[in-house]
Design a protein around this ligand. Structure first.
Ligand code: NAD
Length: 487
């Protein structure tokens, strides 16, 4: 772990295994942190926030430090990609791109650090001058899942530090290695001790101790809705601020006037990238009646030929499922869908891949005749399982798209500009893509409506989550007026 600028095995020295989902073997061992380790990390972060070098850093100096970290991330991108690939089995092609892009989180928020301007407010009171300013909160707890460990952590760490906070991160117990590698880069960059800490371990132990610690002011969480709800409830009792990025069951809607070849590619990218283990997965494909059969045929043609293989091989198109419990969850949902009457037209079983005999592979799976009320349409699988649902017209598409507890993202495929705007307005989701799927940028706010979350990450909105706004009143009069007369 990385606590107060030192690498440590933690107070009791116990370790957890990290399993490579391709070989099925333990490839790394990470400290099994305790509540005591959390206390040490949070106290270090609190000390760093209240005394020493960090509070004396100007916003511009914080920006310079973050840009240095961005440079180091860019320089070590291949290594970070390798470490994540061993931990979660994602395709190296995708990870290399993600890790290179990740430097931008540090550059963007480094740039924003000295641009969070307050205002001078013209008020209805005389004799006083009022202005606002943004201030950091204190210690921020970052808790992240296994599907995109470093990018999801960086989305929190970079704005939190740019704003002047200090952080304690708890990565997923399945994929902790890459965040510890990032800690080495903070060390190399000469970051002040205690501003960035990593405590590894289990959610119910380390995660729970972290969110409950009285010095933690804000919790930035990405993960599943169950853990999200527990954290939100605890945070409410302790009056802590939260950002929750939870799951989704996003509709990807194809109208009859779409460019169908483009829409097929968008449907595939929507659900089969990262083997469906992404929060924005377009796992409900809504297809207009008139083109339904032709569209499904096109889809099956391409997906049926997708290539399994070792994720380190750049030719591989389908990566394994990242963890054994997740593979079990995917299998269970296929059984549920079949029992509920969905019709399986592709996949549905684990895949055997000769070059990776112990790999946790699952076939790309497609169900048709799915009704939106079925569990396979309402619940997040977080795997390569696509549910295809028919719709009649625009109103029907909107009704189905919004008839769900989630609201993270949506895709719309149409060549009509009028329909594009209308649908973008009517679909209840934090992100809407028209004629593309999955575009994201550090510059644009990302987050969910409804059960998909609370708050936003990325963009200027993402930075504001880590700051309090303070309103300051300065008297411009030499004589304070009579206190018994109301102003
Ligand atoms: P998870 O919710 O089980 O775990 C996420 C993190 O929370 C882990 O670090 C875990 O140790 C910790 N945790 C678990 N229980 C906790 C508790 N009681 N107190 C404190 N911490 C706790 O999720 P996962 O299985 O690692 O990841 C998959 C889920 O994440 C999916 O549901 C997916 O949709 C979601 N996700 C969302 C986004 C997004 O941006 N919206 C991005 C990626 C993943």
């Amino acid at each position: 772990m990385y606590i107060d600028g030192e690498f440590t095995h933690g107070e009791n020295g116990a370790m957890l295994d990290s399993v490579d989902p391709v070989s099925g073997e333990v490839w790394a061992r990470i400290p099994h942190g305790t509540a005591g380790d959390v206390s040490r990390a949070v106290e270090a972060a609190h000390r760093a926030f209240t005394q020493g070098e960090w509070p004396a850093y100007t916003p511009s100096a914080r920006g310079a430090l973050l840009r240095r970290i961005g440079d180091l991330v860019a320089e070590h991108a291949d290594w970070l990609a390798y470490v994540e690939q061993r931990d979660n089995g994602k395709l190296i092609a995708e990870l290399s791109m993600q890790m290179r892009y990740m430097a931008n989180y540090y550059y963007y928020y480094g740039g924003l650090a000295d641009k969070m301007e307050g205002s001078v407010i013209p008020t209805d009171k005389s004799g006083v001058f009022n202005y606002t300013k943004y201030e950091p909160l204190g210690v921020v707890a970052c808790i992240t899942p296994w599907n995109s460990p470093l990018p999801l952590a960086s989305m929190k760490i970079a704005p939190a530090l740019a704003a002047g906070n200090t952080v304690v991160c708890k990565p997923s117990e399945f994929t902790s290695a890459s965040l510890l590698e990032l800690a080495k880069l903070f060390d190399l960059a000469g970051a002040p001790k205690g501003i960035f800490n990593v405590v590894t371990g289990l959610g119910a132990e380390v995660g729970d101790a972290l969110i409950s610690h009285p010095y933690v002011e804000r919790i930035a969480f990405t993960g599943g809705p169950e853990a999200g709800r527990i954290i939100n409830e605890k945070a409410a009792r302790l009056m802590k601020r939260v950002t929750l990025e939870l799951g989704g069951k996003s509709p990807n809607i194809v109208f009859e006037d779409a460019d169908l070849d483009q829409a097929v590619k968008g449907a595939i990218a929507g659900i089969f990238a990262a083997s469906g283990q992404t929060c924005v997965a377009g796992s409900r494909l809504l297809v207009q009646d008139s083109i339904h059969d032709a569209f499904v045929e096109k889809l099956l043609d391409i997906v049926g030929g997708a290539r399994f293989g070792h994720p380190a091989d750049p030719r591989t198109q389908i990566a394994p499922i990242s963890t054994a419990p997740q593979l079990e969850k995917v299998k269970a949902y296929v059984d549920i869908a079949l029992k509920d009457g969905a019709r399986l037209v592709l996949g549905g079983r684990p895949a055997s891949v000769p070059e990776c005999p112990k790999g946790l592979f699952f076939q790309p799976t497609i169900f048709v005749d799915v009704d939106n009320s079925m569990r396979i349409a309402q619940e997040e699988v977080f795997g390569p399982v696509l549910s295809i649902i028919r719709f009649k017209d625009e109103d029907d598409a909107v009704r189905i798209a919004n008839d769900i507890q989630f609201g993270l993202a949506a895709g719309i495929w149409t060549q009509s500009i009028t329909r594009a705007f209308a649908m973008a307005n009517r679909v209840r989701a934090g992100t809407v893509w028209v004629n593309n799927y999955r575009s994201t940028s550090v510059t644009s706010p990302f987050g969910g409506f409804k059960m998909s979350g609370v708050g936003r990450e990325c963009g200027i909105a993402g930075m504001r989550e880590y700051m309090e706004i303070k309103s300051v009143w300065i008297s411009t009069e030499t004589n304070i007026p009579n206190p018994f007369v109301r102003r």
